[in-house]
Write a protein that binds this ligand. Sequence first.
Ligand SMILES: [Zn+2]
Ligand SMILES: [Zn+2]
Length: 207
Amino acid sequence: MTAAVALAQAPLVERPVAELVEEAVAFHGHLCPGQVLGVRMAVTGCREVGIPLPRQAGKGLVVFVEIDRCATDAIQALTGVSLGKRTLKHLDYGKMAATFVNVPRGAAVRVSARDDARVRALAYAPGEADARRAQIVAYRLMPETALLSIEPVVVNPGWLDRRRGRVFCEECGEGINYQRELTAGGRILCRPCGGQGYYSAHPSDRR
Ligand SMILES: [Zn+2]
Ligand SMILES: [Zn+2]
């Protein structure tokens, strides 16, 4: 079943959300619970910080996502934020949550999916035996308060800075931009050399 057919067969929903889901699916490549959830998160987050959707954000919106899952693509598709523009920040916390920041206004709100939303979803899609399908239907219909937790936050200093600066790691010699270096034992180190890396040298590399 194509995404378009699946959308057409879904129950009547508020049109703007359906359109936003369609836009997210076009970017992401398939219809899944994450697309609907990401749309709801983006709608709520952008509204809370006063930025219209979709893609009218222009400059000024920064989104911190806490998971690399389907919903992140929906947020990116609708808001236009991206890693390359430094307006999308990925923090690998493993949580279905995102913080929307209106930088000029200094307003930030963290939106997270409620843990009980998966179970509650079943009540909003009666007769839908498949849990995934039920979530796709239900996440469009569920009241915001049943689906999401919303908390105003303040982004900690340093996370939004665009200060330039380039130093060299005293261990591996590679350049480090944007003040992402560490200082350990009086030496300037990159994160991998400072023990915070995601990779290690391959055992066969004897250079
Ligand atoms: Zn997906
Ligand atoms: Zn290094």
